[in-house]
Design a protein around this ligand. Structure first.
Ligand code: PPE
Length: 308
């Protein structure tokens, strides 16, 4: 359950949480015509709070709208300001933030026509996405029977709500079969990503490898981890790889705003590496938490501090 807070930012105003409602004929409910973001704010080591890569998330939201041809009615700067306003209104010193821009009520039928675009921003406290033990011990995943997007079927660079039916199918199947998360293959059969995370392997030569930006979302955590890893001296490859390369990789892990950096210890009942969170994954995870909490000042450009 999402923990209820005081306010939700809705079309330019802060409204009481329980009053941020829509009509059942909202276009986006019927056709998935919406774009969204997932962003985290962390309580930092110096006692202040900061949103991680706020600018990049706000820009990706606006770009998602552009890709769908459903423009976000605010600039990325206005979205960023509204996010800070929402955190402050709810006195949140750490949070998961969910902006959503959607086609509203009016005409029915696939064409969005002149239906209004609505924008809302909610924020709440959200702990470890894949369970308490996931970050420390790693998770078990399963290759999905559902294929990930093809570049010309869904727009994979848009974080569009409709795209997520594919994720929901994969996630429900994985959980029903007793796994923590799904791993999806792209239409050519190569490893793509999880239902809500990018996927990395550590190769036998110690490099990091992740799928190129074709069928996967251009994750901001993916980008952050790639930058940090290169600075730490790891070679980072954006290359296609197969599921058997994942099975035999010394390590694997997921990255995402919600999932943060979650090690993978098993895929399709094959133990990965030593069957526990890998050394490289834990090393990068430690660095990641140091960065998002301001303990490592090297990437302070990625932190947008705010007063609670
Ligand atoms: N791939 C997918 C399909 C995805 O949904 C996410 C984020 C990522 C990769 C990683 O992107 P980034 O957060 O920019 O590093 N998934 C969001 C939604 C999760 C949810 O269950 O809702 C998230 O992590 O916020």
């Amino acid at each position: 359950m999402v923990q209820e807070n005081a306010k939700i930012w809705f079309n330019g105003k802060l409204v009481p949480w329980g009053e941020a409602n829509v009509h059942v004929l909202t276009h986006a409910l019927h056709y998935g015509t919406a774009v969204f973001e997932g962003i985290r704010a962390y309580k930092c080591v110096d006692g202040r709070s900061a949103v991680f890569r706020l600018k990049e998330h706000a820009e990706r939201l606006v770009e998602s709208g552009k890709i769908l041809g459903l423009p976000v009615p605010y600039s990325s700067e206005e979205i960023a300001d509204a996010i800070i306003e929402t955190l402050q209104a709810n006195k949140l010193d750490a949070a998961y933030i969910r902006p959503l821009v959607f086609v509203g009520e009016g005409g029915m039928g696939v064409h969005p026509g002149k239906n209004p675009m609505h924008t809302c921003i909610a924020a709440w406290e959200w702990g470890a996405y894949l369970g308490e033990d996931a970050l420390a011990k790693g998770i078990r995943i399963k290759t999905s029977t559902f294929t990930r997007h093809h570049v010309n079927i869904m727009m994979t660079k848009a974080k569009a709500s409709g795209n997520y039916v594919n994720s929901v199918l994969a996630k429900m199947e994985a959980v029903a079969d007793g796994y923590d998360e799904a791993m999806m293959l792209d239409p050519d059969g190569y490893v793509s990503e999880g239902s809500g995370e990018n996927l990395f392997i550590v190769t036998k030569s110690g490099a990091l490898k992740t799928a190129p930006l074709t069928s996967v979302l251009a994750g901001i955590t993916r980008d952050s981890v790639m930058t940090m890893a290169r600075d730490m001296g790891y070679e980072v490859l954006e290359q296609r790889f197969t599921r058997d390369e994942l099975y035999t990789a010394p390590e694997a892990f997921f990255t995402g705003t919600a999932a943060e950096l979650t090690p993978i210890r098993e895929c399709d009942n094959r133990v990965i590496g030593k069957g526990k969170a890998g050394e490289v994954a834990l090393n990068l995870q430690k660095e990641f938490f140091n960065v998002v909490t301001g303990a490592n000042p090297k990437y302070s450009d990625w932190l947008h501090y705010y007063e609670v």
